[in-house]
Structures are given as structure tokens and as C-alpha cells.
Design a protein around this ligand. Structure first.
Ligand SMILES: Nc1nc2c(c(=O)[nH]1)N[C@H]1C(S)=C(S)[C@@H](COP(=O)(O)O)O[C@H]1N2
Ligand SMILES: [Mo]
Length: 460
């Protein structure tokens, strides 16, 4: 094991214990309060409820801190457990395996009060509980505008029309016979971190950054199908993608992206068919572009000579600038990162060694480097990047750190292969103001208090 130069460590390192973030962050009474305050239109509606949750946390922390290793003779070793003596369970007890019951708190979660209905809503991925770069399919974040469906693939049809020689309808069988590729990519909703423009709104990284997931997607490059139908790529510089759900999800995709071969008609996700929540049986994969363009339940694409200016690219998914104008078609997810451990809601129980780790990504290519500060941005150290580092894909970084028990602020700052550096909150607000929803890629700050509690803070 290689430790960073400058880290004062004895080996084995004095390991700092970490208390996980609470399973949920507010109790049922808090949820009620949040809904009431949201109805009144308060933008900081989550704050009060979080204060209440933090109070509850103090009790849990005291218990965890008290827990120490047994003085001599650990009963977990000395008393032979049942699983070392008895007969285990049979194969195929479950034809499709599930995580251990001890991991049942690792769940995607809805932020109470954020949306009026659970169909036009979002669930956040538990980034603080995940390793590596792949999001288990059952924990992939969800964003539905009108609920999800489990569509019979034998009845699903995919149509290509517009500026093409021969408009054509494909069955799933026909699509799945075509040459396919598998690629790892992140998908991030443009609204990820969107609650944090003006003030601290949510306490954990699940809620600040969890509209983000990463999978190995399998499918047919869309360009292959466009060539099959004789698309006019001279005139047809734009493509409309349309979903089969009731949300009339339609988005314009510029033809350059499709010509690059990166845009996929995907049916596979992490080695199996897409999950229904993620668009089964067919979705568009548009690497680097905000989630809304990854149209699920994809039923039609149309080749055209200009953008369509649909509702989801005129009324929604536009960026309100300080001068009152809206920016339209800001689709690329710029370089961004977040420390997932230690992160909001967790508690450092001891001074000592901690493995700071997190995720970095860029919609413009590969992550080149990630710098981490453990002193509120005064000094930065370069983090280790875990191989493989792939284009438009999550990248795992880590850095050794010894906590001396003093309050401090932890931040990460990613740079991508174009040289673009993730902005500070102040820099981003300087250009964009605070009235936006989408495309907040500012540096995230986690305050570690003297008691070891980790909190979401904004630094100016
Ligand atoms: N048909 C359809 N496609 C859709 C949506 C939808 O509501 N309906 N939501 C979009 C949005 S806003 C996002 S962020 C992503 C979310 O994908 P996921 O639910 O697989 O995480 O799907 C996009 N594609
Ligand atoms: Mo989204």
C-alpha cells in the first residue's frame, strides 16, 4: 500500500472509523413538515427538517463512539458461528440474486417535498455507499416525467423517418441482430445539484449529486441505422428522439454527435437488458449530454434540418441567466466531481487515517486529474485516479488523509482532457447567477466539524 508523501502514518495506519450517513435523513414528522413548507413555496424548505435530523444523529454517534474492540478473546472468533457448522442454503434459492439483507439501507431515495407526485419525480442513487465506477442497475437513479413502464419488447416498435430514403420500422429482434458495441458511460440529469444554486438545501451527497449513475451500455450505434435507411446527412443536421411514455419526451440531438458513432440505440445495461425504470426495452445513450436527451422507451427518431424546439428544450432544460435571458440547448455536462467519503451526514468517529474517495466525470472526454483540498481550498494535492479512466465515464479518485481532529473543509476539483477546470461556487455564480436549475458543476465543500460530523456547506 502506497501512502502519499507527507502523510504522517504508522503502518498499520491508525484507522479512523466512520459512521455511515443516516439511512434516510428525516423522520416521518420531518417529511410532513417538508411537504407543508414546500406548498408554501419556500425554497429553503428542507433546512428545518435537516436540523431536526442532525439532532437525532448525535445519539447514534455517541453509541458508535463507545463501541470498542473486546479486551481479550473476541467471541466472534472464539464461539464458532452457525455458518461454520451447519448446512448453507441451496443453489437457486433465488433465481435472481439480491444483495445481503445487511445492505438493505443502500437504497435509491426520493427527496421529500421535491415533487408533487411520485410519477413526475426523481430518485437519487446512494453514491456514498458505492465502490468503483459502475452503478448497480437496481440503484440507478430514476427520472420520470410521467411514471415508468415495463413494456412488452415483442410489441415495441422503433421507427426512423424524416429526411431518409426509406422510412423504416424495426422490431427489437431486428435491432438486436445488428452489429452492437458495449461502452461505459455516465448519465447525469441536467438538474443534478440543482437545489444548491442559492443556498445549502440538502445534507448528503445522495441528494446533492445522486442524479448521476454509470453503466456499461450495449446497443447499436444510431449512425448504423441511419445509414441503413439512407438518411440525408447533408441536409439532415438534426435528429428528433421520441419516447413511448405519456410524457411526450422529445429532444433534438445534433447530427455531429451521432456521426461520431457515440450515440447508441441501447438495450443492454450492465450485462443484461435495460431495467424498466431505465427505459426497457430501448433507450438512447448520448454520452456526455444531460440525461433528458437519453430518451427512454424510444419509439421514433426523425431526421430534420433544424432543431425542433420542443417543450423539453424551450420551457424546461433552459438556463436562466442573471440578465433574465435563457440559454437554450446547453446540453453538455461539464467537468465535475464530488467527494463521496467523507461526505454529508457521515461522522468521523476518530482522529487518524481516512481514505478520501470520490467520483469525477466530464461530458467532454476523459478526466485528466483531480485535486483534493483538506483545508478549505488553500492547498491542493493531486488524487490517485483508479484505472480505467474512460471518456464520458465516471472516474474514481482517492487520497490518503490523516484527520487531526480539527474542523476543516474537504473539496475536490476535477480537470478534464480539454484543460477545463471545475469552477468554484463563486466563479459559477459570477457567470450564471443563482436562479438556474440546471448545470451546476461547482466544487462541493464538506465541512468536518470538531465532533466529526460532516456537513454540506457553501464557501464564498
Ligand atoms: N421517455 C422518457 N425518457 C426520458 C425521461 C422521461 O421521463 N421519459 N426522462 C429523462 C430525464 S430528464 C433523465 S435525467 C433521464 C433519466 O434516466 P434514468 O431514469 O434511467 O436515470 O431519462 C430521460 N429520458
Ligand atoms: Mo433530467
Amino acid at each position: 500500500m502506497q501512502f502519499d508523501a507527507g502523510a504522517d502514518l504508522t503502518i498499520p495506519p491508525a484507522a479512523g472509523r466512520l459512521l455511515k450517513a443516516p439511512e434516510h435523513f428525516i423522520d416521518p414528522a420531518g417529511v410532513k413538515q417538508v411537504f407543508a413548507e414546500a406548498k408554501e413555496g419556500r425554497r429553503d424548505f428542507l433546512r428545518g427538517a435537516f436540523a431536526a435530523a442532525a439532532a437525532g444523529l448525535a445519539t447514534a454517534t455517541a453509541g458508535a463512539r463507545a463501541a470498542t474492540a473486546p479486551a481479550d478473546g473476541d467471541p466472534n472468533i472464539l464461539e464458532l458461528p452457525e455458518h461454520s457448522k451447519g448446512l448453507g442454503q441451496a443453489v437457486v434459492t433465488d433465481g435472481y440474486g439480491k444483495p445481503s439483507k445487511y445492505e438493505r439501507n443502500v437504497q435509491r431515495r426520493q427527496s421529500p417535498g421535491l415533487t408533487q407526485t411520485a410519477q413526475a419525480s426523481v430518485s437519487f442513487a446512494p453514491l456514498q455507499s458505492l465502490f468503483g465506477i459502475v452503478t448497480p442497475s437496481g440503484l440507478h437513479f430514476e427520472r420520470h416525467h410521467q411514471g415508468w413502464w415495463d413494456i412488452d419488447p415483442s410489441k415495441h416498435r422503433f421507427m426512423v423517418n424524416g429526411l431518409v430514403k426509406t422510412p423504416k420500422v424495426f422490431t427489437m429482434d431486428e435491432l438486436m441482430r445488428l452489429p452492437a458495441v458495449s461502452r461505459f458511460h455516465f448519465i447525469e440529469c441536467g438538474a443534478n445539484t440543482g437545489m444548491e444554486w442559492g443556498n445549502v438545501a440538502v445534507p448528503t451527497c445522495q441528494y446533492t449529486h445522486g442524479m448521476l449513475s454509470c453503466s456499461e451500455f450495449t446497443g447499436v450505434p444510431l449512425i448504423t441505422v441511419l445509414q441503413m435507411v439512407g438518411a440525408d446527412l447533408k441536409k439532415g443536421r438534426f435528429l428528433l428522439a421520441e419516447g413511448a411514455d405519456g410524457s411526450s419526451m422529445t429532444r433534438t440531438i445534433p447530427m455531429e454527435l451521432i456521426e461520431s458513432g457515440e450515440v447508441l440505440l441501447a438495450y443492454g445495461q450492465n450485462g443484461e437488458m435495460l431495467r424498466p425504470e431505465n427505459g426497457y426495452p430501448l433507450r438512447l445513450v448520448v454520452p456526455g449530454v444531460q440525461g433528458v436527451s437519453w430518451v427512454k422507451y424510444l419509439r421514433r427518431v426523425e431526421v430534420g434540418d433544424q432543431p425542433w424546439a420542443t417543450k423539453d428544450e424551450t420551457v424546461h432544460y433552459v438556463d436562466l441567466m442573471p440578465d433574465g435571458k435563457h440559454r437554450q440547448y446547453t446540453s453538455i455536462q461539464e467537468c465535475k466531481s464530488v467527494v463521496t467519503t467523507p461526505s454529508g451526514g457521515q461522522v468521523l468517529l476518530d482522529k487518524g487515517f481516512y481514505n478520501i474517495t470520490g467520483l469525477a466525470w466530464s461530458g467532454r472526454g476523459k478526466v485528466r486529474k483531480v485535486d483534493v483540498s483538506v483545508d478549505g481550498g488553500r492547498n491542493w494535492r493531486q488524487a490517485r485516479l483508479q484505472d480505467p479512466v474512460m471518456s464520458k465515464c465516471l472516474t474514481r479518485f482517492s487520497l490518503d488523509w490523516v484527520w487531526d481532529g480539527k474542523p476543516t473543509i474537504i473539496q475536490s476539483r476535477a480537470t478534464d482532457e480539454t484543460g477545463y477546470v471545475q469552477p468554484t461556487q463563486r466563479q459559477l455564480r459570477g457567470v450564471r447567477g443563482t436562479r438556474s436549475i440546471y448545470h451546476n458543476n461547482a466544487i462541493q465543500s464538506w465541512l468536518v466539524t470538531e465532533s466529526g460530523e460532516v456537513k454540506n456547506v457553501h464557501v464564498s
